[in-house]
Design a protein around this ligand. Structure first.
Ligand SMILES: [Zn+2]
Length: 68
């Protein structure tokens, strides 16, 4: 039997992201998900800056069917 179940804490880590250079735009994306060296903002098409943000850790819960 488990005594107490700890509340689910979402761990956050410094994650490299691209952020839109347009200050009025909220566009950003995780660097890991972008395969271009200098991506453009998907929202406004502006150039993007590399920064880092505290973001929830991505847990690989979606299992790819590598074998059938
Ligand atoms: Zn933008």
């Amino acid at each position: 039997m488990y005594a107490k179940k700890a509340p689910e804490v979402i761990e956050e880590v410094q994650t490299p992201v691209w952020t839109c250079e347009n200050e009025t735009c909220n566009g950003w994306m995780r660097v890991n998900f972008v395969f271009q060296d200098e991506p453009n903002c998907p929202l406004c098409g502006n150039t993007m800056l590399k920064e880092s943000r505290m973001l929830p850790v991505l847990v690989n819960s979606t299992k790819t069917n590598s074998y059938t």
